[in-house]
Each structure stands twice: as C-alpha cells, then as structure tokens.
Design a protein around this ligand. Structure first.
Ligand code: BYC
Length: 330
C-alpha cells in the first residue's frame, strides 16, 4: 500500500482523447483556474502526485530543522540565538501545515512519517549537506530559503486549495528567513578577514547544492509535464533555477563574494545569466541515500520519533479520557 502511494503513474501527460468524461471535466476546471478541494472528485494520479509532493515538502521542512538546529547552542549572540530559534520553530510549523494539507487527501501523518523513515519518501537533497560554520547558517538563510521562496511563491497559485493556502502562510515567513540569512552574510562579509573567508567558503560549498534544490534538469524531470498540466507545479525546474541565479548574482556582488562558477556570465540575448550546471551525478547519489549526511539525518529523525512516543501516547490517552467523559455525560 505504501509503495503504491508513492509511485505515481503520472509521468506522461494524458491526452484529452484518452480521458474519461470525468477526467475531461476535471481538467477543464483546472484550465479555468478553479481550486480543487479535498471533497471534489479528482483523478487518482492527481491525488498521488500531490501526496508525493506535499509529503516530500513537509518532510523537508522537518528534516530542514536539523542543520540549523545544530547551531542554536552556538549562535554568537543572544539575539542571533533567539532569531535562529524562532526560524527553526517556523520550519516545524510549516511541516505541520503541509502534513495537514496532505491529510486532506486521505493519508495520515503517521503513514507519511513511516514512509520517510523507511526510505520510501524523499526530502530535499539540500538537507543532506552539513552546516560546518556559523557562516553556513547565513548561507542557508540566504541561498536555501531564497531558493525555497523562488519555488514556493508560484506554488501559492497551485490548483489544490489546501496546498495553496498552506503556501500563502509559509511564504510570508520564508521572506523573513531569507532576510535573516542575508543579514548574517552581510555581517560576515563586512567583518574580519577570517569572517569574510568563512562567508566565501559557505557560498562555495552551498552554491551548487542550492541549485540542485530545484530538481533535475527539465529533460530528466519525470513529473513536470503532468504536474504542470494539473497546475500542481507552475514552472519547470530549469525556469526557477534560472530565476534564482539571476536574482542571486547581484546579491553576491553586494556582499563582495564570488559565486564559484567560472562560466557565470550575463547573456544579453536571453536576458539572464549563463551558468554551470550542478554535478548531476552528485545529486542522484544524494537522492539515493549517499550524501554526506543522509544517514545522520534519518537516524536523528527516527530517534526523535521513538523518543517522542510517550508524548503521542499521553495525548491519545487524554483525548480518549475526554471522549469517554463526554459520552458518559450524554
Ligand atoms: N531533493 O520529476 P522531478 C524547504 C526528486 S525547501 C530531493 O522534477 P517534481 C525548506 C523528485 O521527488 C525544499 N528529491 O520531480 C527550506 C522525483 O523523485 P520521486 C522543499 C528531489 O516533484 C528552508 C525525482 O527527483 N520544497 O522545505 O516534479 C528551510 C524527479 O524529479 C529533488 C519543496 O518540496 C530535490 N531537490 O519536482 C527549511 C517544494 N528534486 O518523487 C525547509 C515542492 C527532485 O519520483 N516541491 N527530486 O521518487 C516541488 O516543487 C517539486 O517536488 C520539486 C521536484 C521541484 C522539488
């Protein structure tokens, strides 16, 4: 059952002539820009694709707390610590909105978490890289949250109502996250020679992993075509990656830092930068569980889940007691 839930058969776009009457009416609603709500009829592929994407997104928010949480006790000032704590808590909130959105499609949060822990569901590749210095926390906010915003702003217009509404709330907070990261980078880049070196080193290590966040190049993206026809995705992976590069180059220049790409150059004709592709073999290695921190991340999540079982049990016991008291009073 779990495997069925994750694997979608939606890799190619279905032609109108292949569709049933119901599917054609559904596609017409999407084309008119209507939102699809959980109780509406939807094709099985649409439901599965959403569970996969929203579930993966929720897991990313939760696993994404780990690299930053690693620095809460070592933040350089009380103010930085309070800001980082707030940011990491926001990520937990984002995960919750997204798990709730996925639950409206008939899958429980427990099932999704079980899939994650069994290695049957993914989370964003970026969180399999370590945060080695305080400058990495700046670079994560600047680049990782910057990439997340680039991807998520269009998703506010996604066709599934609960996902779209979750994205609206999340995007508001992501902007603050990106600003706090850039603020750290400004301090570091304008600080001592050692701080400047740390800022450049963080950019050097996190640049290509950030570009990978947008997914494989369009020619290797198995889901894009159907997901875009269903308006689950609004842009292709390469479109968003290009927009991210175009936005980020001037931000790096303002910091006085160098993007680690000798091929980076403005292309007048396309009105954007030419840039080097990430190493896609590294990306697929990370996806198959062999990134620098994959094992560590999953171990931390499984441990947290197991050690938190008493909290879940206590909440269930409390809910059952309340329910029993209510029934007895009726
Ligand atoms: N990492 O056909 P494709 C955040 C998988 S930000 C891992 O193009 P799709 C945060 C893909 O799942 C990050 N896996 O897929 C920020 C598929 O494999 P499966 C989360 C990836 O879905 C700061 C295969 O590769 N954001 O949370 O059309 C702090 C083929 O790809 C990745 C979202 O999840 C990757 N980078 O497009 C804290 C945004 N890229 O599933 C937290 C919502 C691809 O068939 N998601 N894969 O086994 C999306 O927009 C899309 O799912 C993607 C991929 C653009 C990511």
């Amino acid at each position: 059952m779990y495997a069925q839930m994750v694997k979608t058969d939606a890799n190619k776009v279905r032609d109108l002539s292949e569709m049933t009457e119901e599917e054609r009416a559904f596609q017409a609603r999407i084309d008119r820009g209507e939102k699809i709500e959980p109780t509406d009829w939807m094709p099985e592929g649409y439901r599965k694709t959403l569970i996969r994407q929203i579930g993966q997104h929720a897991h990313s928010e939760i696993v994404g707390q780990l690299p930053e949480g690693n620095w809460i006790t070592r933040a350089p000032t009380l103010e930085r610590k309070a800001i980082l704590l707030a940011k990491v808590q926001d990520e937990a909130g984002h995960g919750l909105y997204l798990y709730c959105a996925a639950e409206t499609l008939g899958v429980s949060r427990d099932e999704l978490i079980e899939l994650l822990h069994a290695g049957k569901m993914k989370y964003s590749s970026i969180f399999n890289y370590p945060t080695l210095t305080w400058a990495d926390i700046g670079a994560v906010g600047w680049l990782v949250d910057g990439a997340a915003i680039m991807n998520q702003v269009p998703l506010q217009r996604t066709s599934f109502g609960p996902y779209s509404r979750a994205m609206i709330r999340i995007c508001k907070e992501e902007s603050f996250h990106q600003r706090q990261g850039y603020d750290i980078m400004m301090k570091m880049a304008n600080g001592t020679a050692e701080q400047r070196r740390m800022a450049q080193d963080a950019l050097d290590r996190l640049w290509y992993p950030s570009l990978m966040m947008f997914g494989p190049s369009d020619k290797d993206s198995v889901h894009s075509a159907q997901s875009m026809a269903w308006k689950i995705k609004i842009n292709t992976n390469d479109e968003l990656r290009q927009k991210f590069v175009d936005q980020t180059v001037s931000q790096a220049e303002y910091l006085g830092l160098t993007i680690p790409d000798e091929n980076l150059s403005w292309n007048d004709e396309k009105g954007g930068y030419d840039f080097s592709e990430p190493d896609w073999s590294e990306f697929f290695e990370v996806l198959s569980g062999n990134g620098p921190c994959n094992r560590e991340r999953m171990e931390a999540r499984v441990k947290a889940w197991e050690e938190g079982s008493w909290v879940r049990d206590a909440l269930m016991a409390h809910a059952n007691k309340k329910e029993a008291a209510k029934t007895a009073a009726e």
